[in-house]
Write a protein that binds this ligand. Structure first.
Ligand code: CA2
Length: 146
């Protein structure tokens, strides 16, 4: 079972700036942890990060028919990108939306996600561990469906 882990703009900077908001764990460390958890669950992770909306959409297209589900932190595109929402819908893949910070406790413009209505679940505010929880929840849901 292959799971795509997609990260959007600026998340490549994790662990280097704004630790009070986003923590001190780097994206490489998050991806490594996801890989270890996936192995424990008998799954496999394919990770991709880009600062470009088009590159994220292209990556989603490559996961069509390859991945079984997606863990996505679309960064600020979460709040704006209908193109990303369309791409997620086009893959027909179940996805869990994850945010390091509690977006609902932040500025009003971060309190709406254009992606969330299509998600099977959301994890936010739990920092880097949120990716692990999202992955575990996604794999469990996929297994219960098959
Ligand atoms: O809380 C999250 O995970 C977010 O998706 C992070 C996005 C933000 O736009 C969303 O509203 C919530 C921003 C990611 C920026 O990451 C940085 C990491 C280190 C230094 C600066 C930015």
């Amino acid at each position: 079972m292959i799971i795509g882990v997609l990260n959007g703009p600026n998340l490549n900077l994790l662990g280097t700036r704004e630790p009070a908001v986003y923590g001190t764990t780097t994206l490489d460390e998050i991806v490594a942890r996801c890989g270890a958890v996936a192995a424990e669950l008998g799954a496999e992770v394919r990770a991709f990060q880009s600062n470009s909306e088009g590159a994220l959409i292209d990556q989603l297209h490559t996961w069509r028919g390859v991945a079984c589900g997606i863990v996505i932190n679309a960064g600020a595109y979460t709040h704006t990108s209908l193109a990303l929402r369309d791409a997620l819908a086009a893959t027909s893949l179940p996805f869990v939306e994850v945010h390091l910070s509690n977006v609902y406790a932040r500025e009003p413009e971060r309190r709406h996600s254009v992606l969330a209505s299509g998600a099977i679940g959301l994890v936010c505010g739990l920092g880097a561990s949120g990716y692990e929880f999202a992955l575990r929840g996604l794999v469990q849901t996929l297994r219960s469906r098959s």
